[in-house]
Design a protein around this ligand. Structure first.
Ligand SMILES: C[S@@+](CC[C@H](N)C(=O)[O-])C[C@H]1O[C@@H](n2cnc3c(N)ncnc32)[C@H](O)[C@@H]1O
Length: 228
């Protein structure tokens, strides 16, 4: 398991996010030309209803949780295993609940949420299927899961995407604390299942009416499913 292979043990992932926490939000805005917040709002719109009890798993610095709150969720809990990322989330929105924990062993009762969202998180977990099953466990029947994740575009954008993501982003990362995260990032996207395979996995883990849409020419995909 190495940064270059896009696979790290959980402890390595946690330490990596602790290190990049101070630059995480800025890097997101720079790498996506500010589109990342629009994708988060679309994720919330597809997943969260007014008054919902919402889990933002792998919440990082909390932007998806905040978007859910602004969209009218009744109660929002953000969970992450990186304390440094959570510190930033707490500072951003002290009115929400922030919990340190592992998405593979969520510290919540069965069927305790109406909706769950994960933004750019599931790509990093050691056992993707176990994470999806755990998210299914904490959703009430009919509860919605929204997964926003980077993916590899097909077609004309592919060349520019590879140049930006495989060359420029790692270079930018070298200038930053914990910069090897930006070598890990493209490698972890390369080994992650494509949108069709992820949709299939969601179905086999007990989600119904699974659908996905791509954003920005297929750089990012949003999957939504309902707990069966
Ligand atoms: C790329 S960041 C995404 C943060 C945020 N969701 C967003 O939309 O920007 C991935 C986050 O997942 C967290 N993470 C990775 N594996 C985890 C796990 N097994 N349990 C909890 N958090 C995890 C990391 O600590 C990191 O904060």
């Amino acid at each position: 398991m190495t940064v270059e292979s896009g696979r790290l043990p959980a402890e390595g992932v946690r330490r990596m996010f602790d290190r990049i926490a101070p630059v995480y939000d800025v890097m997101n805005r720079v790498m996506t030309a500010g589109l990342d917040q629009r994708w988060r709002r679309a994720t919330v719109q597809a997943t969260v209803r007014e008054g919902d009890h919402v889990l933002d798993a792998c919440c990082g610095t909390g932007d998806l949780a905040v978007a859910a709150w602004k969209a009218g969720a009744g109660h929002v809990v953000g969970l992450d295993f990186s304390e440094r990322m959570l510190e930033r989330a707490r500072r951003k929105a002290p009115e929400l609940d922030w919990v340190q924990g592992d998405v593979l062993a969520l510290p919540f009762e069965d069927a305790s949420f109406d909706a769950a969202v994960v933004g750019f998180g599931v790509r990093n977990v050691e056992d993707l299927e176990a994470a999806i099953r755990e998210l299914r466990r904490v959703l009430r029947p009919g509860g919605r899961l929204g997964i926003l994740e980077i993916t590899t575009p097909r077609g004309p954008l592919k060349f520019f995407y590879k140049l930006w993501f495989d060359r420029i982003v790692p270079l930018l990362g070298r200038l930053l604390p914990g910069g090897d995260a930006y070598t890990y990032l493209p490698a972890s996207v390369r080994r992650f299942p494509g949108p069709e395979a992820l949709a299939e996995l969601l179905g086999s883990c007990g989600f119904e009416a699974v659908r996905f849409r791509r954003f920005a020419g297929g750089i990012v995909a949003l999957h939504v499913g309902e707990a069966g």
